[in-house]
Design a protein around this ligand. Structure first.
Ligand code: KG4
Ligand code: ZN
Length: 334
């Protein structure tokens, strides 16, 4: 039997739709909302409105690209949590309408589970159990994954997420939102050892990034007082040093988790896993330690419906459906 699923992702500022047939992603259409750039962050009200405008064309394009008709679908999936509540509601209501009209089951997907399972999209997949470092704009977690539906959080951030650490650092450097990709770009030409930023002393597999943000603020205040052009003149070295510190904080904890659990299949996921420095350092760590490393393709790192679709496929196979009364939740219920 062939299983055709349409999945919708609308948790934040990306409207995305994907069609998955028997676990293969046939389309992954992503419309990014440019409207937020001028405000230096996502404006929830504007995000909900943009989702309403974009959801019909994005779904149409995803179905057309996959060559699948609405009437052929076996299920419809949507992101249930976590995210901006107004944004989540747009995707949830849209999915429920299709479920009702087509008389097909509804599948509710957890956004963070989906980031992890993005690693199951390619043919070269990690063996179970694997560990996943999930690094996004809202989360930083080390997740143990025993099967597509058995996931447990070993550690997470106690304050800012890794993506926030990138974005807030970028803001201090006068770079536009979202600053993560720009820090990545400048860092490519800089010296990661030019400036030494502090490393937090947090136990177990938890993370903290708020101290780093404060250290960067004081560092920039001090140096621009002495030389007002300090940032412009040293942008590449500053970005490389900040990025190096964020990467070492992340990978030291992942390494400890791998050593303690004896799990040697390692993945990264989430928007920050698009970072070139992190990808290279992660692969280097795997080579050195003899661990297998997996990284999703770029299009499946930042928010996308392909990861919702692959998760929905595994939920479909496990008969895990949601009633039409299911409501989205802004908070993560793991
Ligand atoms: O997973 P995601 O698309 O959305 C959330 O669920 O939060 O992650 C967005 C985050 C932002 O903080 C963005 O700056 C960061 O991922 N990001 C990057 C890069 N690309 C996206 N951070 C560093 N380097 C990148 N290349
Ligand atoms: Zn995300």
């Amino acid at each position: 039997m062939s299983v055709k699923i349409l999945a919708i992702e609308s948790s934040c500022d990306e409207t995305s739709a994907s069609v998955c047939v028997d676990g293969a992603i046939l389309s992954n259409i992503i419309a990014t909302q440019a409207v937020h750039e001028q405000y230096g962050g996502v404006v929830p009200e504007l995000a909900s409105r943009a989702h309403i405008q974009q959801i019909v064309p994005v779904v149409d394009t995803a179905l057309n690209k996959a060559g699948v008709q609405l009437s052929e679908l076996d299920a419809i999936a949507f992101t249930q949590a976590p995210g901006l509540i107004g944004s989540l509601l747009v995707g949830a209501q849209f999915a429920k309408s299709i479920a009702l009209v087509q008389n097909i089951p509804l599948i509710a997907v957890h956004h963070m589970q989906a980031h992890v399972l993005a690693n199951l999209i390619p043919e070269d997949r990690p063996e179970f159990p694997f560990l996943c470092l999930t690094v996004s704009g809202g989360h930083t977690q080390i997740v143990r994954c025993d099967s597509p539906t058995q996931l447990s959080i070993l550690g997470e951030t106690r304050d800012d997420a890794a993506g926030e650490a990138f974005d807030k650092s970028a803001k201090l450097l006068g770079l536009p939102y979202p600053g993560g990709p720009l820090v990545d770009k400048y860092a490519a030409n800089g010296n990661p050892k030019a400036y030494a930023f502090p490393k937090p002393n947090i136990p177990d597999y938890d993370f903290s990034f708020s101290g780093l943000k404060t250290a960067i603020l004081y560092f920039l205040q001090q140096n621009t007082k002495e030389n007002p052009a300090f940032i412009e003149q040293n942008m590449a070295d500053i970005c490389a040093s900040i990025q190096h510190r964020i990467i070492t904080i992340l990978l030291d904890k992942l390494k400890k988790a791998a050593q303690d659990t004896g799990i040697s299949s390692l993945c990264i996921a989430g928007g920050v896993s698009a970072n070139k420095g992190l990808r290279a350092a992660f692969e280097e760590m795997g080579r050195k330690e003899g661990w297998k490393t997996y990284i999703p393709a770029f299009q499946y790192c930042t928010d996308n419906a392909g990861m919702i679709a692959i998760t929905a496929y595994h939920k479909f196979m496990a008969n895990d459906f949601a009633p039409l009364t299911t409501t989205p939740s802004a908070r993560a219920i793991w």
